[in-house]
Write a protein that binds this ligand. Structure first.
Ligand code: AKG
Ligand code: FE2
Length: 262
């Protein structure tokens, strides 16, 4: 793994060692305080950039063009909310998606299938264990955002999202988020509407760098990716883990997410 990961800075290969435990503790502190943590350049940036380059022909010829109009909830109706409430304002999301079966022998699949990766992630999230998916498409996805493309406001369906940037755009493509807006007990629809209007002073953003692992608690923290500008696409990998082994999507879900079943 040393050829693709910086294991001196991040000793993921020594589970249970004092240095591994220190890193886990730091990640847990960040997660508690900020709702996210970053392992800056966990993957060597040149490997990340090379991965993006090597996928570029597949993006051009085999990718799924994901274009949709959605609200922040990914649901047309919310119980107790009027259909015309501004929290339900719809926005556009657009990117090109490659699935795990289109990534060849990429460094991303090596990392995903390395058991120490899931062990480390589980520890940072305070979970007993985490498992890779069995779904041949969903395990790892790579998204490319070209000029004018973006991922719009949403709440995640899963508790955590795990990403790694492969290639940074020339401009735009920031990760934009708002902590503390809603909780399991308080949906704060008016606060959501205000944020969507662009009137929320507590919205923050970070610019990710190639090779950096980002773990984000996105279930109650709304977030989006800013519109990409310039000729260089933003290329980012999304890893999917579950609390139980063997998870697959139904063919209907696969078609919904990727335009095909496998
Ligand atoms: O592309 C990103 O930085 C975020 C991805 C994301 O929010 C998601 O996959 O749910
Ligand atoms: Fe998300």
């Amino acid at each position: 793994m040393r050829d693709i990961l910086d294991l001196d800075q991040f000793p993921l290969d020594r589970p249970g060692s004092p240095e591994w435990q220190d890193l886990v503790d730091r990640c847990r502190t960040d997660l508690e305080r900020d709702g996210m943590f970053n392992l800056h350049e966990l993957m060597h940036p040149h490997v990340a950039q090379q991965t993006a380059k090597s996928l570029s022909p597949s993006f051009a010829t085999q990718s799924f063009r994901h274009e949709r109009d959605h609200n922040i909830y990914f649901q047309d109706k919310i119980d107790g909310l009027a259909d015309d409430h501004p929290a339900l304002t719809r926005f556009k999301t657009s990117n090109l998606t490659l699935c795990a079966d289109q990534l060849g022998g990429s460094a991303l699949l090596r990392l995903y299938d390395w058991p120490e990766f899931a062990t480390f992630m589980a520890a940072t999230m305070g979970k007993e264990d985490l498992f890779t998916m069995s779904d041949p498409l969903a395990r790892v996805n790579v998204m490319s955002y070209c000029e004018g493309q973006e991922l719009n406001w949403h709440f995640d369906r899963s508790e955590f999202t795990t990403t790694m940037l492969m290639q940074a755009p020339d401009q735009g493509g920031e990760f934009i988020y708002r902590t503390g807006l809603r909780s399991d007990d308080d949906p704060n629809y008016d606060g959501v509407a205000r944020m969507l209007r662009g009137d929320d002073p507590d919205v923050q953003s970070i610019t990710l760098s190639p090779g950096t692992l980002n773990i984000f608690r996105g279930k109650n923290t709304p977030h989006r990716v800013g519109t990409v500008k310039g000729e260089t696409p933003r290329v980012i990998a999304v890893f999917s883990f579950f609390d139980r082994p063997g998870v697959t999507f139904t063919p209907k879900d696969q078609i919904g997410f990727y335009g095909r079943a496998a």
